[in-house]
Design a binder for this molecule. Structure first.
Ligand code: IVH
Length: 668
């Protein structure tokens, strides 16, 4: 058996390497992220079990494969300064005046660029080779994030014809489209959404595992230099030219302006242009072109006197609050949402804005019927900035903080600024809980989508999570737009989900603060769900990535009476509670134990021989194939049973595969 495992290990290493090349080198993924993660996880599991086998160049050992513990610090030889901001044309005029005065009355040429809304970065090359990349940090030293930046395909790792020492500086960001995709993906997986592209970028660059970074849509634009070997460049124009020659990505819009008027015109022009740029910008940067003139003006400790940022106003719009609705989250938090008269802001039509919580509603005194100013400053969810109280007619109605849950009329409690429904039977919460439990990133129950959940809850067929495992074919068939075939498929999907790895169940339970990543950590730290449930706070906090708050949340979850009931019911339904490591140890039994077999066709030995083997290993044998059948053992000339099994999606085993299974090898 260990020989088989070893062969599997080698095959996995090779396969993952090929996918890595396709992904990182050719930028053409040859497999879905999900399937890749499955293979990677399998590889990790084997390596954990057989540490002696681990190849030096296994995909898990490559730089970028091993999460770094902490970032080293890199000192910036040339400090990374910040920019002073201006918000009006007058302030910009005063800046130009200051500059002209500082240069004894001479009007310099200005170089103007978009101010990219991302994270500042410095990258050092020596003899044309990338040595390191660092964040700005405090301006004097920053985090060494070389491995994370290496995942950016547009960034050259070696340069031809570059100065011996060349530090280039620029901005890492996410395009609007990349950011949208990332958040859509996260939503599907039940993960917290990033509020805007800059947060997503900053969060990504801080990740210690560059493998995850590689899967995030980061881009980069270079616009400056740090330390450069003597005499190489003497103006911003030369920086642009050199960066372009060396094949660095640079801004597609740059401008040189010789007069005040040209500066103002360029800024106006950029304000139009930036609306069609693929990435977020929040201003223009105006720099003196010539370096000698820059030097004569110098810098303060924070910012240069030779450059300034002109910030564009975030787009605002006025609209009316038609209604305020209450959203009930899966943890029972009630969020007031303003339903707005649709209005066009920053490229999209906005018809809803979150009001965050009821304290915020009373602080801003927002009323139904009010005219409000909303703003979308790169955020996905627009904010209500202010209420136009002068436009009130007197017909506006105050928003009452609900006294009972709008979903179930149950009791509400105030927790900090949040109002929470604590009734575990609340149907609104149950809908959200079920959607989360079933979605792709958690238990992955195909066919149990929003519409089906909605009906199951409305018709009271499901009143707690575990009820989904008790559904009968008739009940499911009775739902709207549900054919016989889809009903059967749903039951099969439900059945299959019982075998899901433990982390999916942990994640699916919807414990506060426990995302998919943490669920995996919990699975690898404990033998089974019971061990997690009975762990004390210290044991939980000892798990990687689990802090005090999270440990408390997990601890409390398993001490809540209704949660305990749900867990017991899920155990009764036969869900897998064991962690992957334990399943491997146990696999000889678990692959047959509790499984329902049907035997058909001509086999090399009498059917009873197989039947005995199955029964001895704790399995069951029945005469007819149904949706509850786990495996059909099919010999030669199998007929209608085989047909039916195929229709129902039952796993069909050849005799050889069955023997494999009996030996404890999973059938693939
Ligand atoms: S020049 C000493 N140019 O804005 C000059 N900065 O508020 C420093 N930024 O830290 C920067 N686009 O992160 C420069 N075209 C651009 C920029 C830019 C964005 C960022 C950069 C800097 C911040 C200062």
């Amino acid at each position: 058996m260990s020989g088989d495992k070893k062969a599997r290990y080698q095959a996995l290493v090779e396969e993952i390497r090929e996918h890595d090349v396709a992904y990182y080198v050719h930028a053409e993924p040859s497999i879905s992220d999900r399937d890749y993660d499955k293979l990677y996880r399998e590889l990790l599991d084997i390596e954990e079990k057989y540490p002696d086998w681990v190849y030096e160049d296994s995909p898990t050992q490559k730089v970028g494969g091993i999460p770094l513990k902490n970032f080293d610090q890199v000192a910036h030889v040339v400090p990374m300064l910040s920019l002073d901001n201006t918000y009006s044309r007058d302030e910009l005029e005063s800046f130009i005046e200051r500059v002209v005065k500082g240069l004894a009355g001479e009007m310099p040429e200005f170089a103007i660029e978009p101010k990219v809304d991302g994270v500042a970065i410095s990258i050092r090359y020596e003899q044309g080779k990338l040595v390191y990349a660092a964040t700005r940090g405090d301006g004097r030293s920053g985090d060494n994030i070389t491995e994370n930046l290496r995942t950016l395909k547009q960034l050259p790792v070696s340069l031809r014809g570059a100065p011996d020492v060349l530090e280039v500086r620029g901005e890492v960001f996410m395009t609007h489209a990349g950011f949208l995709r990332l958040n859509q993906q996260r939503e599907k997986e039940g993960l917290a959404l990033f509020a805007n592209a800059r947060n997503a970028t900053a969060g990504t660059l801080k990740l210690l595992d560059s493998k995850i970074v590689a899967r995030r849509p980061l881009s980069i634009i270079l616009y400056g230099t740090g330390e450069v070997s003597m005499g190489a460049i003497s103006s911003q124009q030369q920086i642009w030219d050199m960066l372009a020659d060396l094949k660095f990505p640079i801004s597609e819009w740059t401008h040189l302006a010789k007069s005040r008027q040209e500066v103002q015109q360029a800024i106006e022009h950029l304000d139009e242009k930036r609306k069609s740029l693929a990435y977020p910008t929040d201003g223009a940067v105006i720099k003196i072109n010539r370096f000698d003139l820059r030097e004569s003006l110098g810098s303060t400790s924070k910012a240069p006197r030779w450059a300034i940022a002109y910030k564009y106003e975030a787009e605002q719009a006025e609209t009316r609050v038609r209604d305020v609705t209450f959203q009930i989250g899966r943890t029972g938090v009630i969020t007031p949402v303003a339903e707005l008269e649709p209005v066009f802001v920053s490229g999209t039509t906005v018809s809803r804005a979150t009001l965050h919580n009821f304290k915020e509603v009373s602080r801003k005194d927002i009323r139904v019927g009010d005219w409000v100013v909303i703003e979308k400053a790169g955020e996905i969810i627009p904010a209500v900035i202010e209420v136009r109280t002068e436009r009130r007619s007197g017909d506006e109605s105050k928003i009452e903080t609900p006294e009972t849950c709008p979903g179930c009329e149950g009791k509400l409690v105030q927790e900090n600024v949040f109002l929470r429904c604590i009734d575990p039977a609340c149907p609104s919460q149950l809908r959200r809980i079920l959607q989360h439990f079933a979605h792709r990133g958690a238990m992955d129950i195909e066919g149990l989508g929003e519409a089906v959940v909605e009906q199951l809850v409305a018709q009271e067929l499901v009143e707690k999570i575990d009820d989904i495992y008790e559904l009968s074919l008739e009940q499911v068939e009775g739902l709207e737009r549900m054919g016989k075939k889809s009903a059967q498929n749903l039951l099969i999907a439900l059945n299959k989900s019982k075998e899901q790895p433990l982390w999916r169940l942990i994640f699916g339970l919807g414990i506060q603060h426990v995302g998919a990543g943490l669920a995996r950590q919990l699975e690898s730290a404990f033998a089974d769900l019971d061990a997690i449930a009975s762990a004390d706070r210290e044991q939980l906090a000892a798990v990687e990535d689990v802090g005090e708050v999270v440990a408390e949340s997990i601890y409390q979850y398993f001490r809540n009476e209704s949660n305990v009931k749900v867990i017991e019911a899920l155990r009764e339904s036969g869900l897998n509670f064991k962690s992957a490591a334990e399943v491997i140890l146990d696999e000889e039994h678990s692959l047959i134990q509790g499984k329902k077999f049907v035997i058909t066709g001509t086999l090399s030995q009498p059917r009873d021989t197989f039947k005995e083997k199955i029964l001895a290993a704790g399995g069951k044998v029945s005469g007819s194939v149904s949706a509850n059948t786990d495996y059909l053992l099919a010999g030669e000339s199998a007929g209608s049973k085989l047909e039916k099994a195929r229709q129902l999606g039952v796993v069909v085993l050849s005799e050889e595969q069955f023997e494999n299974l009996a030996q404890g090898n999973a059938v693939v």
